[in-house]
Structure formats: C-alpha cells, structure tokens
Design a protein around this ligand. Sequence first.
Ligand code: ADP
Length: 475
Amino acid sequence: MKKTLYLKFILAYFIFGVFSFIIVSVFVPNMTKEHLVREKAEALYSEATLISNTYATGLYTSETDLETVKTQLDFLAVYLDSTIRIINPSGRLVLDTNVPLNVEEVVMIENFDPTATAGSYYMVNDFFGSFDSEMLSVFAPITSNYMVKGYVVIHCDMNDIQASCNSMLNISYITMVILLLLSLIILIFFTEMVYIPLRKITYATEQYAAGNMHYEFQVESDDEIGYLAVCLNYMASQIASAEDDQKKFVANVSHDFRSPLTSIRGYLEAMIDGTIPPEQHEKYLGIVLNETERLTNLTNSLLTLNNLNTKGMMLNRTDFNINQIIRNTAASFEGTCRKKTIAIELVLTGDEMYVNADKDRIQQVLYNLIDNAIKFSHHDSVIRVETSLKKNKLFVSVKDTGIGIPKEDLKLIWDRFYKSDLSRGKDKKGTGLGLSIVKEIINCHNEHINVISTEGVGSEFIFSLPLSAKNDEED
Ligand code: ADP
C-alpha cells in the first residue's frame, strides 16, 4: 500500500505515544518511589532522633523506666503508623512497640550491624531477617557520655509507601493520557491545514498531468500551501492559454499555407486539362509565381519568429550607425516606391548616430515597418522616417499618410497572423507576421514600440533604441 503522509504522521503519533508511555512507566515509578522513601526516611529520622534524645537516653541513664518508655513509644508508633524499636549495639532487642514487654525473654537480632546502612541513616530490607516483608528502617543512635548505648529504629512498611507511590503514579498516567489526547489537536490541525490541501494539490497535479489544464481548485488558506495552490492554478491557466495559442497558431499556419497551395494547384490543373488555353499560360504562371513568393515569405517569417522565440535574448549587440541603416533600408525600396510614386523622406538627427543593438534585427524592424507603410499608403504620398533624441534614447518613427488602422484593431495588429479587414484589399501577399516579428525583436532589446494611427489619415510607428557610448567619443 502507498504510504501516505497521513499514515506516516499517525504512525509518528503512535510511536510518540508508546515511547511516552514506556518512559513514564519505567522511569517515573522508580523516581517517585525513591523520592517517597527519602522523604519518609527524613521524617522518621527526625522522630527517631527526638526519641533518642528524650525517652531513650533517659532509659540508659535510668531516669525513666522501660515500662513508661514503652507506653509512650506505643502511642507514638500508632501515631506514626510504624514500629519503633530500641536495640542494643550487640543486637539485643530492648523494646519493640509490636511486642508486649517481657524482661525475662532475651530477643536477639541475628547479625545486627548498624554500619550496614553504609553511611546512610536508613535501609530498605527485611532488617536482618526480623520481618517477613520489606521495611524502611531508620536509625538514630542513643548516646550517653559520648558512647553509643543503643539505637532507636523506626520501621515503616514498604507496602504503605508503595500504596502512596501507586496513587501518585495514577495521577501521572492520567496526566499523560490527557496530554496524548490533547496532542490529537495537532493531528486535527495537520489534517485540516496540511493533509487536505495537499490532497487537493496532488489531485490537481494529476489532472494537469493527464492534460486537463482547465481543472480549477481552491485551497482556503493564505500560508505557503495556499500560495502554492494559487501558483499551481496560475501555472495551469498559463499552460492552458499557451496551448490554446498553439492550436490557434497551427490553425492559422495551415490556413495560410493551404490557400496559396489550393490556388497554385487549381491554376496548374486548369492549365494541364486545357481549361486555361496555352496563350494565357504566361499570365496564370505569373499568378502562380506570386503565390509561391507568398509561401516563401510565410516560411521565412515563421523561421524568423521561431528563432526569436528559441534564442530569446541571444542578440548580437554591436554599436552601429543607425542613420546608415535607415538610408540603406529606404534605398532598398526604391523600385517599389517608384511604382507607386511614393517618396521616403528621411529626417535624421546628426550625420552619424550610434546605437547599441542587433544590427541585422533592427534592419529587419525598419524593413517591415517601411514595407507596411508603403503597402498601406496611397499613390503619390510621402513616408517620413524620423529620428529624435530623448532621455538617452534614440526614437525612430516611421510615419505614413495611408489607410490608417481602425481603433478596434490597434491592439490586435501585434498578434500573429492578424490582418485587418481594411488591409486585405491593399495587401494580398501579407502574412500578418511582420509586426509580431517587429514587436518580438524590440522586446528582446528591452525597448518599446508604439503606434499612433487614425483610420483614413495615416499611421506612425515609433520605437526606442539604446544609444551607444560611441556618440560621446565622437563628440
Ligand atoms: P502583414 O505582413 O500582413 O503586413 P503585419 O503584422 O505587418 O502583417 O501587419 C498586421 C496588420 O496591421 C496589417 O494587416 C494591417 O492591417 C495593419 N498595419 C500594419 N502597418 C500598417 C500601416 N502602416 N498602415 C495601416 N495598417 C497597417
């Protein structure tokens, strides 16, 4: 079976419980018993010393008779719930509160040795075999004229001490059980705050792994787990929208490839089966050539976009004269401009203006923008390419007085494959990829591009470029 976090936690809880129980049942009884014995011994020792200093000394100095002492000690023994004895150093039992007084009978405690306590004032045993069960025996010597005359020994039954020890232990066990039950609260917290949210997150990741990127889930907490859930949700929604974009992209590419291919095929079939007579072949082959040119454009643009995406920030930055690049690019459109009698006016800041960027890519940006400006301009118009300096940046503007872009299309023109309805008539070869490439290149440079356009009046595209330090050297 799969070991879940929950099972592990419960296992840890039980191990904790068992260990606590073992520790409490092994160490605590010994410690409690030792403590109770020491406490009792201390109490009895002060009693024994008191007896030795008062009644017992009187006994040896013959100030008090044995009978009186016995009566008094009997009372005291009842009060202390113990047995009091007076023993001679030889081991002869002088007095025992458990036994009636009999002067004739000599009772000896075999092997009596007061030094057997090994430095302590009490011992726990059967007191040299004189008791059947274990007793706590406390010694106090009876001295007279600096001589030990005997000992006052108080015996207390260990069973009594064990009984009070047991009742104390019961309290410890009950406390431990209560603590264990209280620590169940941790288990409940863990279930609510970690286990259930983790289950939700695991289920969600399983859904995502199975491809259900639109699966949504909620974890009601604002801690790390809640944050993880929000991040996961966000990641899934991003992947889902990337997937949607991908699908749209493939659909657009297929569509844009299919239409020229269909028309090429149509014309060629018509030529082969004679629908188009041979004298018109040249005209239709021209159309076919145009269509293949469109396909080449489309493939090139797709490759450029793909390179930009995969290479990301891999730009070949150099310091170059942007004025020169603008002049060269504008010159490359000379033929097209002549056909439409369009003039390109260049208003450039300085003779030379150095920027730090990827020269080839910026040339492509200029090419795409001027190409669009020409495509969407009317005959006999002027396109103006202007540069200006502002806040350590160079701004390049490509402005035309063409058809303009409808307001609602302004945001969409940067999307891949977007062509506005207005433009379709003017530009049959357009792929709708030119501006996406432009935007991608400018973004890679961490710069900005903007468009200002009014339908029927014209459009202006402005982008920024970082100036090169070379300009200062030139000065
Ligand atoms: P295309 O290669 O088809 O021109 P672009 O991405 O370059 O694709 O442009 C997308 C759309 O933006 C064009 O189809 C057109 O509708 C609009 N557009 C771009 N430049 C201009 C412009 N200078 N004047 C008017 N419309 C433009």
